[in-house]
Design a protein around this ligand. Structure first.
Ligand code: PMV
Length: 362
């Protein structure tokens, strides 16, 4: 196990000038899903995601040495320029959990200013982009104060590890194009503790792949992912699921390497339905899909059968449909979205997204 605890990372307050670090970090969509965890945010099975572009979080972390000898965390927090006590509490709890790794946080007055590119309450999970942006800011702050993370690969690995502690799926947002999180014998360097970059191991067709998000409902979901992960502990199908995920990952990696869209799409759709199937078959069971989600799935399947275009759906832990397709069919697919899917969206809301280049430092 990696141990990033480092009591030596303390500042001499008089020598540190106030400053700030800024990161923009994207959301990601798991094609192979993480569902079930143990220990300190460790996954029960490996997962593989595409990194998105237009759904991102911007985070600025401002710091200045504390004047008094107070040893509690000091945090001001705004979301879209407004104070937000619920988010502040979550960030405070997260920062509290990493003070052994970044002890200097206790010596600073911190201000976090953050905001998302996608409309708040559009039903899009924001924890991956938010927690990865914050983790990147913390690593940049360490580098700025101590020059201990100048190696890019080490920086990314630590940022991914820290992001994981905030929200498991966030560890995959650190890399461009695609990431793998979770120890998997076939992939050297893979780990349960951080994600690794996969851009070099996927076919060109995925590098500008589309993932449009069709907003079926913007309501906050009834059951959190944390609860869903917890229910996997006593799930009757848990062991079969974890084994199935590993089996599928082998074929997914092969398909993504070759650019085999049919196999990729088959696995993406099977994983989306499996995730929701696990929710429906847990105890207590619950359903996050809406009638319009199912109508859209039928439309996507019928459209694919009719046109032979490689257009596939995926789902996150919510009712909104992710539409996956390569750049060369964009013209036709956009017409299909306009005519057949937008009428099923809440207020015709959708987000045009695509595979992206990963986080950017401001
Ligand atoms: O990162 P969490 O704890 O919010 O869990 C996310 C789980 C899914 O989004 C449903 C799947 C995944 O691998 O991202």
């Amino acid at each position: 196990m990696l141990d990033y605890k480092n009591p030596g990372l303390v500042i001499e307050s008089a020598k540190v000038e106030p400053g700030s670090v800024t990161w923009r970090s994207p959301a990601n969509l798991a094609i192979l899903k993480y569902w079930g965890k143990h220990g300190e945010q460790l996954p029960r099975n490996p997962s593989l995601s595409l990194t998105l572009s237009s759904s991102f979080t911007d985070t600025v972390l401002e710091y200045k040495p504390k004047e008094g000898g107070d040893r509690d965390l000091s945090l001001e927090f705004t979301f879209h320029q407004e104070p937000n006590e619920a988010f502040r509490e979550r960030v405070l709890k997260f920062l509290g959990s990493v003070t052994g790794i970044f002890p200097f946080l206790l010596q600073l007055d911190l201000t976090v200013r953050t905001g998302n590119s996608f409309p708040h309450s559009s039903g899009i999970a924001s924890s991956a982009s938010a927690m990865s942006a914050l983790a990147l800011c913390l690593c940049s702050l360490e580098e700025e104060l101590f020059e201990t993370l100048s190696d890019d690969a080490e920086f990314d690995k630590k940022a991914s590890y820290i992001a994981r502690l905030g929200s498991g799926s966030a560890c995959r947002s650190i890399y461009p194009v695609a990431s793998l999180w979770g120890q998997f014998g076939e992939v050297e360097g893979s780990s349960d503790e951080f994600a690794i970059p996969m851009a070099g191991q996927v076919h060109e067709v995925f590098k500008d792949f589309h993932d449009d998000i069709l907003v079926v409902s913007s309501e906050a979901k009834r059951v959190s992912s944390r609860t869903g992960h917890g229910l996997m502990e006593s799930h009757p199908f848990a062991e079969a699921r974890f084994a199935d995920a590993k089996r599928k990952l082998h074929f997914l990696l092969e398909a993504m390497k070759k650019g085999d869209l049919e196999t990729f799409g088959k696995i993406a759709e099977a994983e989306a339905l499996t995730l929701h199937g696990l929710m429906m078959s847990s105890n207590p069971s619950y359903i996050l899909l809406k009638p319009n989600t199912l109508s859209m799935i039928e439309k996507v399947q019928a459209y694919r059968a009719e046109t032979k275009h490689p257009v596939f759906f995926s789902l996150d832990a919510g009712p909104n449909l992710h539409l996956l397709y390569p750049e060369d069919v964009i013209h036709d697919v956009r017409l299909f979205i306009d005519e057949e899917l937008l009428p099923l969206c809440e207020d015709e809301q959708w987000i045009q997204d695509w595979v992206g280049e990963g986080p950017v430092q401001g």
